[in-house]
Design a protein around this ligand. Sequence first.
Ligand SMILES: [Zn+2]
Length: 217
Amino acid sequence: MKYLKERELLIEYGKNMLDKGLTKGSGGNLSIFIREEKLMLITPSGIDYYKTKPEDIVVMDLEGNVVDGERKPSSEHALHSIFYKKRDDIDAIVHFHSVYASTLASLRWDLPASYYLIAVSGGSSVRCAKYATFGTDELAENVFEAMEDRYVAFLANHGLIAGAKDLPNAFNKAEEIELCSEIYYRAKSIGEPVVLDKEETDNLKRLFSSYGQVKTD
Ligand SMILES: [Zn+2]
């Protein structure tokens, strides 16, 4: 089967999302971009990750056409393909509905740099995108804009998205930002979190551009 390794990786990380309590059932979605062929592999709509088989992964072009697969692709495929079309530093995307990021996104708050791991976002904050209904091109455009110079963004009243050159690193960024969101929530509930200044967030960003990457080889 073509792209078997990538298909299995998507299923493995889908199960990871469930195991780590980052989403429920078939919630959230993941994709990998095969840049040399301009094809995107994405998880199917509405199938539990524990029941997803390699052939259930849907292969699409960036115009939204299914190239291979019997299943319906994730309803958020436009949210993934916009990044592969417009950015060359993102070849994998993870989107889920984790509790703390979704809590902040429900308040439509940006996440400030009150915890050092914010640096995995590629900047000094995680921005919350303008609200749009799930599955729409408008949502894809709003989220793309919010993720400018970043690898992570919140989707207002919805959840979190993260991108990277490969799936393990995209997943890692999403997971770390969920942790930052939880710590921010907890700190905010007993006091006023101290936000790191720009000099230090620039410093952390530099350090994290080499250190903190998930090794994939
Ligand atoms: Zn979603």
